[in-house]
Design a binder for this molecule. Sequence first.
Ligand SMILES: Nc1ncnc2c1ncn2[C@@H]1O[C@H](COP(=O)(O)OP(=O)(O)OP(=O)(O)O)[C@@H](O)[C@H]1O
Length: 216
Amino acid sequence: MNILYLEKVSYQRENKTILKNVNLTVNESDFIIVTGPSGSGKSTLLKLLNNLISPTKGRIVYRGKSMEEYNPVELRQNISLCFQTPYLFGRTVFENMVFPFNIRRKNIDKSMIHSLLKNLDLKEEILHKDIKNLSGGEKQRVSLARTLLFKPDILLLDEITSALDEENTLKVENIITKLNNEGVTIIWVTHNKEQAERLGTRRIHIAGGTVSEVKA
Ligand SMILES: Nc1ncnc2c1ncn2[C@@H]1O[C@H](COP(=O)(O)OP(=O)(O)OP(=O)(O)O)[C@@H](O)[C@H]1O
């Protein structure tokens, strides 16, 4: 079943066309790998899908409704975006991990937090660390753990393993694959050729503003 589609979507910025006339249908439980040269518009596509920016032309429909009909906060709980540069806030890792519970007015489930940290190879002590004292790879994994506390419907990933070593990259890939097997739709931008080969059920390539499906 299709859960998201783009219909004749174009995006222009400062008179430059970044994406033109994009048609794309995303089905439930797809695992789509997005490749393309630097500056081709991969991050722009993810931002459009997360309603951080709006198409200049065309429309994006998620579960039967146009993007702009959704409350942005509610939409982003269903369609989550993890950036290449992880975004952490407040002082400690703990503050970041309790945030998803607080915005949903849910009781903090410490065992859920601990099990996610463990899956991402992070020790419990990290919860009390100042975010300023984390390495790049730790920041990325904390940010991912925070996103995954509540399973999104669609997970958009922008180069999330570029700061990780091979061992942690594979761990993250395993977690994402497991989530996909549980029904979460994944759209993952990567520059890493081996990673693109290893993962995904579909592949799309962006070049010259055009999005095309790469046949297996
Ligand atoms: N805030 C911005 N202001 C002006 N131009 C921008 C902005 N963000 C992106 N662009 C331009 O839009 C185009 C697409 O950028 P985008 O970040 O989507 O590419 P990308 O394929 O994700 O690149 P990379 O692989 O290097 O991350 C580029 O030409 C970029 O310079």
